[in-house]
Design a protein. Structure first.
Length: 135
């Protein structure tokens, strides 16, 4: 078996895993929820408008404040959606699985015995800038 053949088998196994299936269903629900997509679109347009207004030569501070408030409000609405909450939870579970897979592969690349490799457990340094994802 070649590396590519093994990769394809791993890909097929991933697609059969309950975490992938949950993520795929949540993504479809997220992408087809009209209200959620409208709010995400409005968020993106408002963010672009805020960037434009904030970078004008003569900055309108009142307009910046209004757009910031609107952006926060839309963001809260998007994030309070049950569809978005399920999507985020499913994506987080899938990301943890992929991190575990990558951890085992990297250990093997560094010479570890494949049959005894265990995914490295994440450790929190307290700095989100160096984080590979919450545990």
């Amino acid at each position: 078996m070649t590396i590519l053949e093994a990769s394809r088998k791993l890909g097929a196994a991933i697609q059969q895993d309950e975490r992938f299936i949950r993520y795929a269903k949540a993504k479809i629900a997220n992408d087809t929820d009209e209200t959620l997509q409208k709010n995400i679109g409005e968020f993106n347009v408002t963010r672009m408008e805020l960037d434009r207004v904030a970078n004008e030569e003569v900055r309108d501070e009142e307009k910046v404040r209004e757009l910031n408030e609107k952006l926060r409000s839309i963001y809260a609405e998007v994030m309070s959606s049950s569809v978005m909450a399920e999507y985020n939870a499913a994506k987080s579970d899938l990301d943890r699985m992929l991190n575990d897979i990558n951890s085992v592969i990297m250990q093997c690349v560094e010479g570890a015995v494949p049959e005894t490799c265990e995914p490295e457990q994440p450790s929190c340094t307290g700095s989100c800038s160096t984080c590979g994802g919450c545990h």
